[in-house]
Design a binder for this molecule. Structure first.
Ligand code: AMP
Ligand code: MG
Length: 362
């Protein structure tokens, strides 16, 4: 199949709507990441999404609608959902609600709930209005790769597997939506995103954050959100996060980088814009401004993709506190790193005290 990347003219949006109506897939820009969309009510079309991405069938999809009320035939919309929608929709928030029978099992992976989102991106909104269908769409990447934040990323992963990618520019948020479940006793964030727990607390009296957000699942532990089971967002090489006081982090990053180079590896440091000067003479990529986490979420996946394409062997990343938008950023970075973390403060202490270092290595 010939894949066309089209600027989002009314004609292109019309063609994309026709493609969705006839059971084809479309690459769709949203404010979070690019989505790979299909008519959510067409089981055969939805199956094409799983095939194109190589996505495991037990990982359910998010259904996109132009307004939350458009999801009424698909799920039971509670007052809490309406209150959330009044504040955050359209926007980067996905709400898990009890499903109705009209939703095909393939969309929900057989769960009795369905995930619903109202995207704010004008092209996504225009397409939803033009096609008049609920659109099931996961991120438009090959399963396991960083989510796409440009039309070119989508083309790179899925060329030949869909007829149209609408090019709506770089995604503003750059990370997938916040997923909140309203199906249990307490509203629970299953995946952090652009709508932070702090923001949710402006509307809800209480919010739980699933504790698996910043740690790997234990053996036998069931994922509340099936997508959290899989290794995600990962570049091909080995990424390590370095935490601790700023000066020590920079010292340890420089030392690990030099050791990797001496070992014949290609290496790169992922640093905040404010700290780039600390790594002069080294291969370093900016992951945005530490003081403005939205610049980090905006570019993180593009940086991970670039490193993947370059085939960089060893990567060492500075980290953010896991609060506000930092929670979502650290959730994605931790998964990309397979949770590999070095505590720079302890490393430095071990180095200045050789006997402890040797005992810790034994
Ligand atoms: P993606 O569309 O690739 O951003 O992934 C959608 C995320 O939402 C995945 O982590 C899914 O596991 C999660 N999700 C979708 N539907 C449900 C549901 N009914 N219950 C819990 N998690 C869901
Ligand atoms: Mg995804």
């Amino acid at each position: 199949m010939n894949t066309r990347v089209l600027p989002p003219t009314p004609q292109a949006i019309h063609e994309a709507a026709l493609a969705l109506q006839s059971g084809e897939l479309v690459g769709i820009p949203t404010e979070t990441v690019y989505g790979l969309g299909a008519n959510a009510l067409d089981e055969a079309a939805v199956r094409k999404i799983f095939a194109a991405k190589g996505r495991p069938a037990d990982n359910p999809l998010i259904v996109h609608v132009a307004r939350l009320e458009d999801a009424a035939p698909l799920c039971e919309i509670s007052d809490t959902a309406r209150a959330l929608a009044a504040r955050f929709c359209p926007g980067p928030l996905t709400i898990i609600l009890p499903r109705r029978p009209i939703v095909p099992d393939v969309v929900t992976a057989g769960l009795d709930t369905v995930a619903v989102r109202v995207p704010s991106h004008p092209v996504a909104q225009a397409l939803l209005h033009e096609c008049g269908l609920p659109i099931a769409a996961p991120s438009a990447n090959t399963s396991g790769k960083p989510s796409p934040t440009t039309a070119l990323h989508v083309y790179h992963d899925l060329n030949g597997k869909l007829p149209i990618i609408l090019d709506g520019g770089e995604c503003q948020v750059g990370l997938e939506s916040t997923v909140i479940s309203l199906s249990g006793d307490l509203p629970t964030v299953l995946r952090p995103g652009g709508v932070t727990p702090e923001m949710l607390l402006e509307v809800l009296p209480e919010v739980r954050v699933a504790d698996s957000v910043l740690r790997p699942l234990q053996a036998g532990e069931k994922a509340l959100s099936p997508g959290m089971m899989y290794k995600h967002y990962a570049p091909g090489g080995v990424l390590t996060m370095v935490k601790g006081t700023q000066e020590k982090v920079q010292h340890v990053c420089r030392r690990l980088y030099s050791a990797a180079i001496a070992d014949g590896q290609t290496a790169c440091i992922l640093a905040f814009e404010e700290h780039l000067a600390a790594y002069s003479g080294m291969e370093v990529l900016s992951i945005g401004r530490m003081a403005e986490p939205e610049t980090v979420s905006h570019r993180l996946f593009a940086v991970l993709r670039q490193l993947d394409e370059q085939g960089t062997g060893r990567m060492f990343s500075e980290v953010l506190p896991a609060e506000g938008l930092g929670l979502a950023i650290m959730n994605r970075l931790s998964r990309a790193a397979g949770f590999r973390t070095i505590d720079a403060d302890q490393e430095e202490e071990a180095l200045s005290c050789p006997s402890r270092e040797s005992s810790s290595r034994s």
